[in-house]
Design a protein around this ligand. Sequence first.
Ligand code: 5GP
Length: 213
Amino acid sequence: MENARKLGYNYFYGIFNTEVIMKLLEDRIKKDGLVKAGNILKVDSFLNHRMDIALFNEMGKEWKRLFDGERINKILTIEASGIGIACIAAQYFDCPVVFAKKTQSLNLDGDVYTSKVTSFTKKKTYDIIVSKKFLGPDDRVLIIDDFLANGCAVQGLLELIKEAGATAVGVGIAIEKGFQDGGKMIRDNGIHLESLAIVESMDDVTGEITFRH
Ligand code: 5GP
């Protein structure tokens, strides 16, 4: 709450609801986000280069509220930008974070789960790996990431969870670009997806950004 107060937002009877969090994040995206060519939203002044921990705290609290009662015992993310958000969120779930590592030279020694991800921003395909020591059938996993675009990163993480025999409880995303296909694909697969801000459209010429509610 103190963070919210510092950030200048009101809350209603102590309940910090999705609407307020969305507004907080939307306002920040409008203020500090830069729309780049190729459908890229640059938010490196608060999300994935310099990180606003007060904002991350509110996001973590909100995912905890949205996934309450799900008995989540592991958060899975992908390096690098997901790690900071996932770590702050994990404090509210009281569970460890595992991040999938990207590698271009896969040494298949049998100790890792693997899948493939094509990076939206770098247009490269990576193998992603998680050690078999850190994911298994007893895990109820929440995937956390900074962005959802075409859904390739989330799909790759879901495959790792499946390989491990673990349960994918849901997906928490900071910024979904609603005009790309990832969100629809994940929701159509019956997966519980909670995006804290959904960009409806953005224009790299005017810089205008609109949101879905
Ligand atoms: P997807 O796999 O859903 O196509 O893309 C998600 C991944 O690509 C995220 O992990 C994120 O790092 C990166 N990404 C996708 N779109 C954007 C964007 O507009 N801005 C930034 N900064 N990263 C993005």
